[in-house]
Design a protein around this ligand. Structure first.
Ligand code: WT7
Length: 660
């Protein structure tokens, strides 16, 4: 990305939006009510993190207290040292014990919509607790024990949340794989995690069609021998193969199970889950999150970032898939702990019509809505008539996550969905950070379209150069976090060196996020983009090398280079440049095959938007592919940068189409 240009376009939108006057009244109160309060709290939280975080942690239940709040030995952090707790207990049992057992905890809506409307299921805390316990007992009956990593590959059904919580309850770390990933992506992750247990569905509903999940699992099982036991939930009644001895139906393993199952008392630093995400190399990495700190951080960020006020008829809806960190933290763990019902929707935003989301908001009286800029841009394109048809007056707070939001999309969201009455929280964070890091607080922070504004309480974010020196306003640099925070990743599963190299080597003693950023004169953060070979496609993170490896694994492709390019809806699209082996004809049929091949290898989200065939790739004299030039070609821009090291100028000319 051209950073200079980015700054200019960001600066062109300078309007500041203050929290609405009646915000506190409309929400039933406000946690952080002004910038003065924010500044005071932020200062105190940075100066005395032990006091700040232990006060928050004391609102939750612990089976054994901590002896120390934080132990920081860069890059290793331990939070709530020696304490014991269970996150599932704090999501369910704690609220039942407080007398909320019969209030709604989880509201689920299915995609198919019959004559009587879509299927809706509501679980109270007590009902969810019973389902989680039954399934936890079922897991145990199959031999799942504390410390066993359980892979979960399901659609957005309530049983997905039940499975996640059941794993947490018995101390079996979960590794959720997004239902859009392919068989080989499953096999890679299962292999890396050495996960013997896998939970899946027969299929998942997507835009009226069935995605055959179990068939992908069967295929994955031919690529790895690690999968010993699978549990299959019936959802779509599509035809599936069940292998005797390996495959069990969900309904069978929960039948006759008691609806109580004690919580494992987990050590604060016991692994809660693994979540795979893309990095600069071809292989996704398993991000390790642990129990106590993740629990406390997601609890507080949910509460403050969205200003959740239990007892004020909130309904919180995050549209992410549970397969991403956003779903883990802000569909399940953070929201349930806060005693606010969390809504889960199974399907596509435009099924059966492009107003599905607004219809859901109206029918369920959603108060808090959290989605991605890519979705907002798609809605803009589908037309204003869809949201206009619906009563969206229940909404109080809007959120965005996953990628920078362009000011046009921000303004549309503000006017069309928020009716100029809802603060927008643009939350910057990552799979690795576990929870929000830089975000407005809706009752306090003046917002500027395109900026994620200011660090959350307890977060010491800064823009620095490679020596760690903080940069003056409006100078772009590395986005770092200088002090540990409770939900920070504890490692890359099975790869200590990669953990150190990726996050703690760019700047001595600080966490480097992989993003570049600048701060404006008010101190607001503006994210400028990734500095590594990661691209953000529709808010989904992909490594360019991952896509390149998928391409070269096809017989036709000798060499491939993948870069991001601006895309109207996706934010960043994927451009692939391929050189072919002599036996293949560079035509559209081959393009189609290659796109299908990448979908097979990774998943449909990784399909290149454009594929260019070329005789050679532009390289430096030392043989490095000149990605900057390819990005310019993909954008249709003239390359103005230094080209003196370009090995063969004619290659570039050919790519641009100057010569054919
Ligand atoms: C990368 C992390 C956080 C859950 C979803 C994505 C980009 C994320 C924002 C934002 C600008 C953002 C960053 C980050 N990103 N949120 N509000 N503004 N950029 O998690 O897959 O781990 O990706 O997404 O580049 O590093 P992820």
């Amino acid at each position: 990305m051209n950073e200079d240009q980015n700054i200019k376009s960001s600066l062109s939108e300078e309007r500041v939006f203050d929290p609405p006057q009646d915000f506190a009244e409309r929400c039933g109160g406000v946690w952080v009510d002004s910038m003065d309060t924010y500044r005071e709290l932020h200062k105190a939280s940075i100066e005395d993190p032990e006091n700040f975080w232990s006060t928050v942690a004391n609102e939750l239940d612990w089976f054994e207290p901590w002896t120390k709040v934080v132990d920081w030995n860069p890059p290793d952090a331990k939070w709530f040292v020696n304490a014991r707790t269970n996150v599932c207990h704090n999501c369910l049992d704690r609220l039942i014990n407080l007398g909320h057992g019969d209030e709604p905890a989880l509201i689920w809506e299915g995609e198919p919509s019959g004559d009587d409307g879509p299927e809706v299921k509501t679980y109270t805390y007590r009902e969810l607790h019973a389902e989680v316990c039954r399934f936890a007992n079922g897991l145990k009956s199959l031999g799942v024990g504390r410390g066993d990593i359980v892979t979960i590959y399901m659609g957005m059904v309530p049983e997905l949340t039940i499975a996640v919580l059941a794993c947490a309850r018995i101390g079996a770390p979960h590794s959720v794989i997004f239902g859009g990933f392919s068989a080989s992506a499953i096999a890679d992750r299962v292999e890396d995690a050495k996960s013997r247990f896998l939970i899946t569905c027969d299929g998942a509903w997507r835009r009226g069609a069935v995605v055959p999940l179990k068939a992908q699992v069967d295929q994955a099982a031919t690529m790895t021998d690690k999968i010993e036991t699978t549990i299959v939930l019936r959802r779509c009644d599509n035809e599936i193969d069940m292998r005797v001895g390996r495959d069990h139906f969900w309904s069978d393993i929960v039948a006759d199970q008691p609806d109580d199952c004690p919580c494992e008392p987990m050590a604060s630093e016991d692994m809660l889950f693994l979540l795979y995400t893309s990095g600069s190399t071809g292989k996704p990495k398993g991000i390790v999150h642990t129990t106590g700190g993740y629990m406390v951080h997601t609890y507080l960020t949910s509460r403050y970032t969205f200003n959740l006020r239990p007892g004020h008829s909130h309904v919180f809806w995050c549209t992410a898939d549970v397969g991403w960190i956003t779903g883990h933290s802000y569909i399940i763990y953070g929201i349930l702990q806060n005693h606010v019902p969390t809504l889960m929707y199974e399907g596509a935003p435009n099924h059966p019509e492009p107003d599905r989301f607004w219809d859901i908001i109206e029918r369920h009286k959603v108060t808090h809505f959290y989605t991605a800029p890519t979705a907002i841009r798609a809605f803009m394109k589908w037309g204003d008539e869809h949201p206009r048809k619906h009563d969206l007056s229940s909404l109080r707070v809007l959120g965005t996550v996953g990628e920078p939001i362009n000011p046009e999309a921000w303004m549309w969201y503000h006017r069309m969905i928020g009716r100029e009455q809802c603060p927008i929280v643009d939350t910057w964070w990552q799979t690795e950070t576990g929870g929000h890091m830089i975000t407005p607080l809706p009752g306090a922070t003046p917002t500027v379209p395109g900026s994620c504004t200011l660090p959350f309480l307890g977060i010491d974010a800064a823009v620095v150069d490679s020596t760690g020196r903080e940069l003056p306003p409006n100078e772009g640099g590395l986005l770092v976090i200088r002090k540990p925070w409770p939900s920070m990743l504890r490692g890359v599963y099975g790869d200590r060196q990669r953990f150190i190299d990726t996050y703690f080597s760019a700047v001595e003693g600080m966490y480097f996020a992989g993003d570049s950023a600048r701060r404006d004169d008010q101190g607001n953060f503006w994210i400028m983009g990734r500095m590594d070979d990661v691209i953000n496609v529709s808010g989904h993170r992909l490594g360019t090398m991952e896509v390149e490896s998928a391409l070269v694994s096809h017989d036709a492709v000798v060499e491939a280079a993948v870069v991001g390019m601006p895309h109207e809806i996706k934010g960043t699209g994927i451009a692939a440049f391929c050189t072919l082996s002599g036996d293949y004809t560079p035509d559209d049929a081959l393009r189609g095959q290659l796109r299908a091949h990448v979908a097979e290898e990774i998943g449909p989200i990784a399909k290149p938007d454009i594929i260019r065939f070329t005789d050679a790739l532009p390289k430096t004299r030392s043989g490095k592919i000149m990605r900057r030039l390819l990005r310019d070609v993909a954008e249709g821009k003239e390359s103005t940068g230094d080209m003196t090291t370009l090995e063969d100028f004619s290659v570039l000319a050919k790519l641009r189409g100057d010569q054919e």
